[in-house]
Ligand binder design. Structure first.
Ligand code: GSH
Length: 206
């Protein structure tokens, strides 16, 4: 059986769990909890799976390890072709999904993560928090909420009418903003409707 080294409350592993759930593959993977605050990921044993010591890591049955959320998702998309496509089908769809994945990673997940690390000091045993930088990152993440809201003004999902991995990634980054006390505002009605739509999918609770 494949193993997913992950952390229940962390946003990146959640992206993989939802991706697997959407494909009906969650029962083919053993979930192994890694306690980040205790430093379970900083051991030599864990570094052998991912030298950058982050979760998630997917370990295949033969022991091969894949780190990085999107590398794992791409592997799963290719290795299980009979499951629903989440990364696009045509050349143009694939490009649009990729465009969104990069926007979300660089301009939403990254500032959200940096705001969390630099304002809470959660990892102060392994990095130096700069609270002012954290506040700037928090503002950048807030601006992305507005961008998402505008982008959803005329489509059900980020890449049109089809649910894709872009929705999964935006959802996980958005929900993690709770950890920095940032939520959808009453004015962001398109974003709220999209968020409610996603929560109708059983996968999001995976
Ligand atoms: N770019 C990586 C990010 C992975 C990442 O930053 N994971 C966090 C948890 S969400 C982590 O393992 N943090 C532990 C640490 O930095 O010590 C991916 O997409 O998988």
């Amino acid at each position: 059986m494949m193993k997913l080294y992950e952390t229940r409350v962390a946003p990146n592993p959640r992206r993989v769990r939802i991706f697997l759930a959407e494909k009906g593959l969650l029962d083919q993977v053993e979930l192994i909890e890694v306690d980040l605050q205790k430093g379970d990921n900083l051991t030599r044993e864990y570094a052998a799976r991912n030298p950058l010591k982050k979760v998630p890591v997917l370990e295949l049955e033969d022991g091969t390890c894949i780190a990085e959320t999107m590398a794992i998702c791409r592997y799963v998309e290719e290795a299980f072709p009979d499951t629903p496509r989440l990364l696009g089908t045509t050349a143009l769809e694939k490009a649009h999904v990729e465009q969104w994945l990069r926007w979300i990673d660089f301009y939403f997940m990254m500032p959200t993560g940096m705001a969390f690390q630099h304002t809470t000091g959660f990892f102060k045993d392994r990095m130096t928090p700069y609270p002012e930088w954290g506040e700037e990152c928090k503002r950048q993440a807030a601006r992305f909420f507005d961008f998402l809201d505008r982008s959803l003004s005329d489509s059900r999902y980020l890449c049109g009418d089809e649910f894709t991995a872009a929705d999964i990634n935006a959802l996980c980054a958005l929900d993690f903003n709770k950890a920095i006390q940032q939520r959808i505002t009453p004015e962001q009605q398109n974003l709220r409707a999209w968020h409610e739509r996603l929560y109708e999918r059983p996968s999001v609770s995976a």
